[in-house]
Design a protein around this ligand. Sequence first.
Ligand code: BEZ
Length: 269
Amino acid sequence: MNTDIASATTVAGQTWNAARYAHNAGFVPTLGAPVAELLAAQAGERILDLGCGDGVLTAQLAASGAQVIGVDASPDLVAAAVERGVDARVMDGHALTFHHAFDAVFSNAALHWMRQPEAVLSGVQRALKPGGRFVGEFGGHGNVAAIVTALRASLCAHDAGEPTFAWFFPTADEYAALLAEHRFHVEQIALIPRPTPLPTGIAGWLRTFADPFLADVEAHVRRRVLEDTETLLRPALCDQRGQWHADYVRLRFVARTSTPSDFKQGNPQ
Ligand code: BEZ
């Protein structure tokens, strides 16, 4: 038996495997560095890393001297995080169990997998202390639009069914409104187009992330769908030197919970 596959786990139709993730998507924590800078973790702070994955970025946050706890819905990724010394737990981001425990909640490249943002934001609001900050980045409106369109076209050409859209990619206005509805003060929020080099090409990206579109497709059809997807995308996403880029669009934000003085000043959002 292939132990890679045996140890894989599924979240929202997505199969996770720590070794495959590190091989094909090792750029994810690296490109999270600007969000970590925005968080500016301080020694002694208590920080929750929501969707910590294999804990690479979580460990870097902890190096600031902050006390960082990571949560992720994938047992396989949490096991990899624990292996690297991170205090990580398996927990669904829709059902956070913390109460006013953190100075900050941080999240990189994870919130687009959580398709009930209201439940997530209620849990983050509850997890933070008064005046706590929520700093994050995830896929925003238009993220991987070319990849999704090519996958859909290939599935359709092979009569392989109509996929349900797997991710939550809101506009800045939509997410700002959700944050405000959940009593956050939005300090900054913006969509940032960020074409992202793919170390193992589009084939590696699709192997790692396209499960929600392909789960019900038979193996021989799946192979042809993937080949056709790559052919369709080559003119748009592969340059003359053979370097592939994914058409990522990030939604980056900083928001805060209210402090007692907000209430005294009559602005108890
Ligand atoms: C992202 O990081 O934007 C992303 C990764 C995998 C699937 C969809 C989006």
